[in-house]
Design a protein around this ligand. Structure first.
Ligand SMILES: Nc1ncnc2c1ncn2[C@@H]1O[C@H](COP(=O)(O)OP(=O)(O)OP(=O)(O)O)[C@@H](O)[C@H]1O
Ligand SMILES: [Mg+2]
Length: 614
């Protein structure tokens, strides 16, 4: 139950309690109050309220006012000096009283133990996922056990979604949560299970739960007792039989369906994974739902080599014993909603949504960090007086440099620093290629053995959540080389930026040279890429010559269109040469263009355009 001042909101019985006295409320005002109490301390616009409560029905906005008036009467609130519901004129309402979680029998508790569920705010763009989870919950209520993996890259909103789902469950459910912890959690057996079990044994139903555990899984209860009472003997992990605990949990859930949330399962110890496997495979009917969050697809972070979670998940998926919900990036509309929510402002400055959507690629964590960054850098400022203050841009977003927000850069830096020096070098060299990098290019940049680099890259893609296998390139010499992709441009940018300029230049030059060797027979096809690498290496002269020789090769092969395009590019780059080289370079290229043009129809027109531009 949610508690505020002397009131308690009873969602199971849809009523309000005041100092132990039950107050009945009509359904609609009750829903409004519930929504406000579940989203305290922020602006809730009329639209949000209407969309959240009656998405399919048209409700006159005026009617909301009547409900609020009714609620104020019940709460004894004053619109002029609100203690509970504040009206923000023309915008909406805000629930201003502190709200705590109350377990119904006198103790204050946070749903989810760590308070994360209590803190989570309304989320955007996940209606479909929430209704899927709700549908799964309905099945569980009917006795079908369900295991759901919520997967996706860091910051995509796995925890936020699960929190929102748990928050919306009614009081007829029990929620217990176990967090897997990097490094440490992998060593201590059943770490997240014990955390969740501790919550089951601290819930409103604790006496019954402990009774069942004492009967069916005494070793587990004893192990739990040890956590609060250092005196008792702790049964070793091997004495805690997964089957015993499964049976006990199933029985506990008979009365109230139980959702076990395991956060960041990629850091779980093997025993926890075994228990989860047992829970998923048991055939008896059970009102048990396991929701586990973990990194995307095949990526996993603990240790080198194949992660046991990958095998477990695939195995369960194949047997239809679990479902996977892979979270996609937020849509542009959802990013807009997220910004409006964060800024507490419905109408956003023009261009802001596009800018944030583009640079965050729909990742909500990144989107929020970019917004904070814009505010910190004073690209967005608060203008106007208190009541009518709004966020306004200080320039056009299209013209803003999108550097990596400090908070994100630090987060990514920390991850990178956790890697070995060799791994950092490999990813750094990969970042010189761009968002996708083939293993051969990394080998070239580092002047190392291609096969070894292939292997190292494959290992990294298995282990890291931000690098994925992209596919295979077939090289002209017939060999194949894997290529990899940074799942988010920001990772590539941080990796690239942290390299010393001289090192980057060396890598670029080596990659360009290797491109030239590998594709010697089809140089015209890769010359632009080569030229870009030479340019990034600060070697404009070589960039121009690469384009020129590629143009000659194209012309020899009757590829006049390609030759012209390459020469145009050469002309553009020659413009950047120093004064002396530029004059000679441009003259030579023009002559070559003229030669090419003589052999192509329509060339004159193109040449004129080129001459005008330079
Ligand atoms: N759909 C959403 N609407 C609004 N805010 C969101 C949404 N999804 C995530 N957020 C916000 O983005 C941030 C990151 O989300 P969250 O922690 O849930 O990501 P995650 O996928 O669990 O990341 P990690 O892999 O690091 O655990 C949080 O501040 C969260 O409140
Ligand atoms: Mg999370």
């Amino acid at each position: 139950m949610k508690q505020f001042a002397a009131f308690r909101l009873d969602t199971a019985n849809e009523c309000l309690w005041h100092d132990g006295v039950q107050i009945a409320l009509p359904p609609r005002p009750f829903m409004v109050l519930r929504y406000l109490v579940e989203n305290p301390g922020r602006l809730i616009t009329h639209d949000e309220l209407l969309d959240a409560l009656w998405p399919e029905t048209y409700v006159q906005p005026q009617v909301l006012r009547t409900y609020i008036l009714d609620l104020r009467k019940v709460l004894g609130d004053d619109a002029g000096q609100p203690r509970f519901i504040q009206t923000l004129p023309k915008r909406g309402y805000s629930f201003v009283a502190p709200v705590s979680e109350h377990d119904g029998d006198g103790r204050d508790a946070d749903v989810g133990g760590d308070g994360s569920a209590g803190k989570s705010r309304n989320i955007v763009g996940r209606d479909e996922e929430l209704s899927c989870l709700r549908a799964e919950a309905k099945r569980v209520e009917g006795g079908q056990r369900r295991v759901i993996f919520v997967t996706g890259e860091a910051g995509i909103g796995k925890s936020a979604l699960v929190d929102a789902f748990c928050q919306r469950l009614d009081a007829g459910w029990n929620v217990a949560r176990g967090q897997c912890v990097e490094g440490f959690g992998g060593k201590e057996e059943y770490y997240p299970v014990m955390e969740a079990l501790g919550q089951v044994c601290a819930s409103a139903d604790r006496e019954r739960a402990c009774g069942i555990l004492a009967r069916m899984a005494p070793a587990w209860l004893a192990a739990l007792g040890r956590q609060s009472d250092a005196g008792g003997a702790t049964p070793a992990a091997h004495e805690r039989m997964p089957g015993d605990l499964c049976g006990a949990l199933e029985q506990i859930a008979e009365k109230k369906p139980l959702v076990l949330v395991f956060e960041d399962l990629h850091w779980a110890d093997d025993s926890t994974l075994n228990l989860l496997s047992a829970l998923a495979r048991r055939r008896a009917a059970a009102r048990l739902m396991v929701v586990a969050t973990c990194g995307p697809g095949d990526a996993a972070m603990r240790g080198a080599g194949e992660h046991p979670l990958k095998g477990l998940k695939q195995n369960l998926l194949m047997r239809h014993l679990c479902t996977e919900m892979a979270l996609a990036p937020l849509s542009r509309t959802a990013v807009k909603e997220l910004l409006a929510r964060e800024m507490e402002q419905e109408a956003l400055p023009p261009g802001l949504t596009g800018f944030v959507h583009q640079h965050s690629e729909g990742n909500p964590l990144f989107a929020i960090a970019i917004l904070e960054h814009l505010i910190a850098r004073r690209f967005l400022v608060r203008a106007g007086m208190n009541g009518s203050a709004r966020w306004e841009p200080t320039g056009a977003f299209e013209e803003m440099e999108a550097d990596v927000p400090e908070r994100l850069a630090q987060m990514i830096e920390l991850e990178i620093e956790g890697l070995s020096t060799e791994e950092q070098r490999i990813l750094g060299a990969g970042s010189a290629m761009g968002i996708a990098f083939p293993a051969w290019a990394v080998a070239a940049a580092l002047e190392e053995d291609a096969a070894e680099i292939e292997e190292a890259c494959a290992g990294l893609a298995r282990r890291l959540h931000f690098v994925e296998r992209g596919g295979q390139d077939e090289l002209p010499d017939g060999t194949r080389s894997e290529f990899y992709v940074f799942v988010h441009g920001l990772y590539r940018e941080v990796l690239y930026r942290r390299q010393a300029a001289a090192r980057r230049a060396t890598w670029h030059a080596r990659i360009a040279e290797r491109l030239g060797d590998l594709f010697a027979e089809r140089i015209w096809a890769v010359a632009r890429e080569m030229a870009l690498h030479f340019e990034a290496a600060g070697e404009q002269g070589r960039a121009v010559s690469a384009l020129q020789s590629a143009a000659r090769q194209a012309r020899d092969r009757q590829k006049h269109e390609d030759a012209t395009l390459l020469l145009e590019e050469a002309l553009r780059m020659a413009g950047k040469l120093n004064e002396h080289a530029r004059g000679a370079g441009v003259r030579a290229i023009r002559e070559e263009l003229e030669d090419t043009q003589e052999t192509t129809s329509g060339g004159t027109e193109r040449l004129r355009i080129v001459q005008r531009k330079t």
